[in-house]
Design a protein around this ligand. Structure first.
Ligand SMILES: [Mn+2]
Length: 407
């Protein structure tokens, strides 16, 4: 055997060994499974409703997913994976005007959510445990997002979301909770869809998310919590020096309205946004906001009409329509949630926002997001990421209680 041939043979042997070891490793890969030892913690959907609670040691050990939910590689190896509610991260922050850093929001929110199931996850005021509601809830990880090209990144987010949204739900979600009778899909395309909860990311991501939602539900009602309008014309917010710069975290609702993605055709504004308290370029910003179909609930109204009054306004505005929910963490006061892109004082407490969210019980929330969590500005006590996780716990509980369908 010549030296050259010997080298080739050894290389061939080496690569075949490496690839065998690699395959073998993947076959045995069981994400998060080791945290079950020795108590066999199992979530419903995995095992016919059989459920053991996590113990304290498993709460702070191991790889972190939202609320310790099973990780599914929904966009890659597990494209056939079915679920009822999926968490997905969109780590995009290159549409931010002030503090960047929300690309680390998904990882931060997951860390803030670790303790959600320590005692089992029963929501006392809503009288439901979303983790034991019979729904299959998973964490799909993050949509890969380029930090170098906003136009491309926005397309990546739309495609990633659509890929999950157009999967068949795991459970027959659409049974009436009282009669058990099947419900009809509420989506315009006539299909049942799973629900997606997106972890942002700066608020720009809502434009591609609404483009995805449109492919199933058509123009949709939105409930928007934010200290800012986000309906600004690109010439007002950012000055629009280029087509790419014109789409940012202060203009995405302007574009969503222009593209007909949101229900704003009726004579009554159909999109409530709550917690508004931003300064303006001038009163014309509110005129533009009206024209984009929004009804403002100012943050300070909580002092006069209270949480009940705010809940009433929101419910009267959206009615019984399918609704998309978008929550900017900056709707909460920076005293409670300092780690955000454009903080505004004079906001709601975490308790007040959670109360208002529970007041949405019974609404058909088809998907949701929380955005603008930038963990680098947080306290060591993880105030903001914990607030974001707890806010999503309320959203998850409302979703778990309300089947997505009509009689
Ligand atoms: Mn905001």
């Amino acid at each position: 055997m010549t030296g050259k041939l010997l080298t080739v043979s050894i290389l061939t042997l080496y690569f075949s060994l490496v690839s065998t070891t690699h395959d073998h490793h993947h076959e045995n890969q069981m994400p998060l499974d080791y945290v079950r030892f020795p108590y066999q913690a199992v979530y419903p959907g995995d095992n016919d409703g059989e459920c053991y609670l996590f113990t304290a040691d498993s709460i702070f050990s191991g790889i972190t997913t939202f609320a310790r939910l099973p990780w599914q590689q929904c966009l890659t190896k597990e494209k056939d994976a079915l679920f009822d509610i999926a968490f997905i991260g969109a780590p995009f922050d290159t549409g931010t005007s002030y503090r960047p850093g929300a690309r680390f929001g998904p990882a931060g929110i997951r860390a803030g959510s670790r303790r959600l199931t320590l005692y089992g996850g029963y929501n006392v005021p809503l009288e439901v445990n979303p983790f034991l509601s019979g729904l299959k809830i998973v964490d799909c990880g993050d949509i890969p997002v380029t930090p170098y090209d906003n136009t491309y990144a926005i397309k990546q987010i739309e495609d990633g979301h659509k890929e999950l949204l157009h999967r068949t739900p795991f459970s027959p979600l659409a049974n009436d909770s009282l009669t058990g009778k099947p419900l009809q899909p509420i989506a315009l395309d006539g299909h049942h869809h799973p629900r997606i909860i997106t972890l942002g990311g700066d608020h720009t991501i809502v434009l591609p998310l609404l483009r995805s939602i449109y492919t199933a539900y058509g123009a949709i009602s939105v409930i928007h919590f934010d200290s800012h309008l986000d309906t600004w014309k690109p010439s007002v917010f950012g000055g629009a020096p280029s087509a790419q710069a014109a789409i940012n975290h202060g203009t995405y609702f302007y574009w969503a309205s222009q593209e007909g993605l949101i229900r704003n055709g009726s004579s009554i504004a159909s999109i409530p946004h709550g917690a508004i308290r931003t300064t303006l370029s001038g009163p014309a910003d509110y005129v533009n906001d009206d024209e984009s179909g929004f009804q403002r609930i100012e943050a300070r109204e909580i002092d006069t009409i209270g949480t009940d009054g705010i809940i009433k306004k929101i419910r009267e505005t959206v009615g019984d329509n399918p609704v998309y929910l978008s929550i900017d963490i900056d709707s909460i006061d920076p005293a409670f949630a300092p780690a955000t892109g454009t903080p505004e004082t004079g906001g709601w407490s975490t308790r007040e926002l959670r109360t208002i969210l529970r007041g949405l019980d019974g609404l058909k929330i088809v998907s949701a997001d929380i955005v603008e969590v930038a963990p680098a500005y947080d306290t060591n006590a993880e105030l903001t990421t914990m607030a974001a996780a707890d806010v999503l716990f309320e959203v998850l509980s409302v979703m778990a209680k309300t089947p997505l369908g009509k009689v």
